[in-house]
Design a binder for this molecule. Structure first.
Ligand code: NDP
Length: 596
């Protein structure tokens, strides 16, 4: 029987939260691209000089991650072939181009995470794909749909300006390009701009350092998945214990002479249970339309009010969602162990955290380390992680957990990292410190689109984002966003969200091209109508702000802010949002858009 001392646990939560709240909030971080430009450089692909481009294309797709690739693919399928991808990396892939740290893997099931599996005829080899497999799949999509053709890589858009007379966009880049495009499509750089913790003294460190999204294999050894040989005589620090570190630490644990894991807040680490996909089983399930069925079933299992009868993916994500839903939700707990008056959500959350604590005790041999690895916050406060070797890594005698009691390291010196007055001398510091999330999108994407009548997107969005369907912005004709905010942000399968948006964008552009329509723009009224139903669920907002430990979900404890990650279309479940988009597309009336 589970009999938690609930007031005591909530007291611990409050004390842990208080330790981590800091007045500088999100300002504590510094951007790699701004203050440490040498750390932002691409270690994977050589930059090749080329002549600037000065021409015209029908569609410019900015960014070649999943959003850009799916948009490009759907455009080509719809017969729009004159498509140019512009990408800051040296190849397609976005997240999966940059994040090549050892152990990188997606924790959403491959059959529903990898886009266009049916179209490209690819069967993922494992239930949770490695980063390498996902990156290869991105390249497969680009080849399949001929998206490399006309593509500009190692090229960053610096200016995007609408020319009302010519009825097209002018695109300028950091490679001196200046070309025009009738339509543009882009994302908003959620989780793509790496950040460093603003620990004093970073610049004084005399050893080697890099961010996990710029893994330096020339330093560590092994670009191809074997042992990280060069670390055998190195003392290595990794700063951060989020989803990235949880995957990288087990790989580093046996590779380094000594590994110091600097922890500010422990992650909740759930069971992974990865396994190969059996080709015979796959052949049986992969009947026409299989991926859509799987996507929709997963979306229902994650967000529908009532648990569906069938759970195709049936993994830790869907089990957790079911647990939360069937526990009684915000109402009284249905758990026979729950005391009267305790909500279903709270009791399920405490029970799950207790299970995760027990997993730590059962795995980590040193009781003090085990204690320090235990998360003390509500489960939804930080993104849960999934791994079957992370905890065990702390049983390797050369791996040391350096807990910072919620504060982070005090300083970085020429020789190493200082915590509680102790200097840990290391040869290399690896920052697993994450990415910008809730900042103004124009800061993240690196350009500020100038729309009709000279309006700047940053000004139009000064008080927060406004869109229709998360895609169309009034005053920015022929420009389309492929991204989740103001649409369906609270759903773990972001690639499904991108699939729906990309399909919508391709449908509108293909319609305009085939009908000879020069300009497409959402009306202010339609945008207003959509925004009536966009917001942050009030209960959720108050929970994140008041009851959660600081993190990127709540602006480091500062509240949800104008650009909160959780600006959602407030539909009862994510499939309702997807159906709205689909019905809007299928009707082909394009309600809310003005064509001229
Ligand atoms: P996160 O933002 O999740 O984690 C950053 C880590 O750095 C946290 O542990 C944070 O601690 C720590 N940190 C920040 N500042 C300091 C400091 N001053 N001192 C010590 N530690 C510090 O970044 P990740 O790269 O791990 O993950 C980013 C996101 O990418 C994930 O949330 C997830 O959405 C996605 N991801 C998904 C994966 C997948 O499998 N699908 C795999 C990897 C990433 P604190 O918690 O105290 O802020």
């Amino acid at each position: 029987m589970f009999q938690p001392d609930i007031p005591k646990i909530l007291e611990i939560h409050a004390a842990e939260r208080a330790k981590r709240k800091r007045p500088d909030g999100t300002a504590q971080y510094v951007l790699l691209s701004e203050e440490h430009t040498h750390l932002a450089a691409d270690p994977f692909t050589e930059r090749i000089e080329r002549e600037p481009v000065r021409d015209h294309v029908t569609v410019a797709v900015i960014g070649a991650g999943f959003a850009g690739l799916i948009t490009g693919a759907r455009l080509k399928e719809a017969g729009v072939t004159d498509v140019r991808i512009v990408e800051s990396g040296g190849d397609v892939g976005g997240t999966w181009y940059w994040n090549r740290y050892p152990g990188v893997r997606c924790d959403v099931a491959s059959l529903i995470y990898l886009p266009l599996l049916e179209e490209t005829g690819y069967m993922p080899t494992e239930w949770y794909s490695s980063g390498e497999e996902i990156f290869e799949h991105c390249r497969r999509i680009a080849k399949h749909y001929d998206l490399y053709d006309k593509g500009l890589f190692h090229t960053r858009v610096t200016d995007l300006e609408w020319d009302e007379t010519a009825r097209r966009w002018t695109v300028r880049t950091d490679r001196g390009d200046e070309f025009t495009a009738q339509f543009v499509s882009y994302g908003l750089g959620h989780l793509s701009v790496p950040k460093l913790p603003g620990v004093p003294g970073v610049e004084t460190f005399a050893g080697h350092m890099f961010h996990t999204s710029r893994w330096d294999y020339a330093y560590t050894g092994d670009p191809d998945g074997g042992p990280l040989d060069n670390l055998r005589d190195k003392r290595v620090a990794i700063i951060g214990t989020g989803a990235t570190a949880v995957q990288a630490v087990p790989e580093l644990a046996t590779a380094c002479q000594e590994l110091f894991v600097f922890q500010r807040t422990p992650s909740a680490v759930e069971v992974r249970n990865n396994r190969p996909i059996d080709p015979e089983w796959f052949a049986r399930i992969a009947t026409p339309g299989w991926q859509r069925r799987w996507l929709e079933n997963y979306a229902d299992n994650m967000t529908a009010a009532v648990s569906p009868r069938e759970d195709l993916v049936d993994d830790s994500w869907t089990t957790l969602a079911r647990l939360m839903r069937d526990s009684g939700g915000e109402g009284p707990s249905t758990d026979p162990d729950a005391p009267e008056g305790v909500s279903g959500e709270l009791f399920a959350d405490l029970r799950k955290m207790d299970e995760l604590h027990a997993r730590i005790d059962a795995t980590v041999r040193d009781p003090r380390t085990a204690e320090l690895l235990k998360p003390w916050y509500h489960l939804p406060c930080k993104r849960i992680t999934f791994h079957d070797e992370f905890l065990d890594a702390f049983n390797v005698p050369t791996v040391h957990l350096v807990d910072t009691d919620g504060k982070g390291p005090e300083r970085i010196t020429e020789r190493g990292v200082v915590v509680a007055g102790v200097e840990y001398e290391v040869d290399c510091v690896i920052f697993a410190s994450g990415f910008e999330v809730n900042t103004a999108p124009t800061r993240r994407v690196g350009f500020d689109a100038v729309g009709r009548d000279g309006a700047r997107l940053s000004e139009y969005w000064a008080d927060g984002m406004r869109t229709m369907h998360s895609i169309h912005v009034h005053g920015f004709p022929n420009a389309f966003l492929v991204q989740p905010a103001t649409g369906a942000m609270r759903f773990s399968n972001v690639s499904h969200i991108l699939m729906e948006s990309a399909q919508t964008v391709a449908t509108v552009i293909a319609h305009a091209v085939s009908e000879g329509i020069g300009v497409v723009e959402v009306t202010r009224q339609a945008e207003d109508d959509w925004m009536q139903n966009v917001g942050v669920d009030e209960g959720w907002a108050s929970f994140l702000t008041s009851d959660c430990t600081p993190g990127y979900v709540n602006n480091e404890g500062g509240g949800l802010g104008a650009f909160s990650l959780f600006q959602d279309y407030l539909s009862p479940d994510v499939m309702t949002f997807f159906r709205i988009l689909q019905e809007w597309r299928d009707a082909r009336e394009f309600t809310g858009l003005e064509f001229r």
